[in-house]
Unconditional design. Structure first.
Length: 83
């Protein structure tokens, strides 16, 4: 996919990385300590894109979302199709 955003401009999400994929899918990865990619960069499956950080409550977590347009999707069926 292509990195369309890598930054910390959205309060409460730490460093956020957004990746655009085929068919208008976007994956979001939040609560990162720092991004390892830059906007406009093409990335491949398995490539490290960020260092894990903490949520505002101090707990280490990763925010992961799959979106298509404005709709949030359940990632499980999409990930299962990739196996």
């Amino acid at each position: 996919g292509d990195v369309i955003y890598a930054g910390a401009d959205i309060e409460g999400l730490g460093t956020l990385v957004l990746v655009r994929h085929a068919d208008n899918y976007v994956t979001a990865y939040g609560y990162n300590r720092r991004a390892l990619v830059r906007e406009g960069q093409r990335i491949r499956t398995g490539e490290a894109i960020a260092e894990l950080g903490e949520r505002p409550d101090g707990r280490t977590r990763l925010l992961f979302q799959v979106r298509r347009g404005n709709e949030a999707l359940d990632p499980a069926p999409l990930l299962a199709a990739q196996r």
